[in-house]
Design a protein around this ligand. Structure first.
Ligand code: 4NP
Length: 155
């Protein structure tokens, strides 16, 4: 049975497509693509249909990771359909709690940084209005969080 993971940020063009791309990259490295399915979505509808942000894609590519997909909004059915829904920051987490109308699915909603082992950050910072170092930092932080998440899910 495959475990279904949904990564969520605000716009679904920077952080969550990166988390999805990084997780798929790790799954390929570990030959675990059969065991997990990854997707990403945004809590806002600001960028529906858009490609991943060019600056974010460039930062990911420096680590050999290609970002794919087009921005979509979180759907009400996502809470039933995914096993784990990972919020990039506290604001995404609160929005997800509000969007989910069925309390049985609440435990599926988790903070991405809870799975970091090398970083003490609690949020994946929004890089959108900053410089290129912010995008590089998001990739480093998400590499840590995704590898911690994968180890926990394999246990
Ligand atoms: P993301 O970044 O939530 O990581 O995709 C953002 C993208 C767009 C905006 C904010 C954050 N925006 O305000 O348009």
């Amino acid at each position: 049975m495959t475990q279904k993971l949904l990564f969520v940020c605000l716009g679904n063009i920077c952080r969550s497509p990166s988390a999805e791309g990084i997780m798929n990259h790790l799954l390929q490295q570990e030959q675990l693509t059969h065991a997990f399915t990854c997707d990403s979505a945004g809590t806002s509808g600001y960028h529906i249909g858009a490609d991943p942000d060019r600056r974010m894609a460039a930062a990911a590519l420096k680590k050999g990771i290609t970002l794919a997909g087009h921005s979509r909004r979180v759907h009400p059915e996502d809470f039933a359909n995914f096993d784990l829904i990972l919020a990039m920051d506290q604001s995404n987490y609160q929005d997800l709690k509000t969007l989910n109308t069925d309390p049985q699915y609440d435990p599926k909603i988790r903070m991405m940084c809870d799975f970091c082992t090398d970083h003490t950050d609690t949020d994946v910072p929004d890089p959108y209005y900053g410089g290129s170092s912010g995008f590089d930092y998001v990739i480093d932080l998400l590499l840590d969080a995704c590898s911690g998440l994968l180890s926990q899910l394999q246990q």
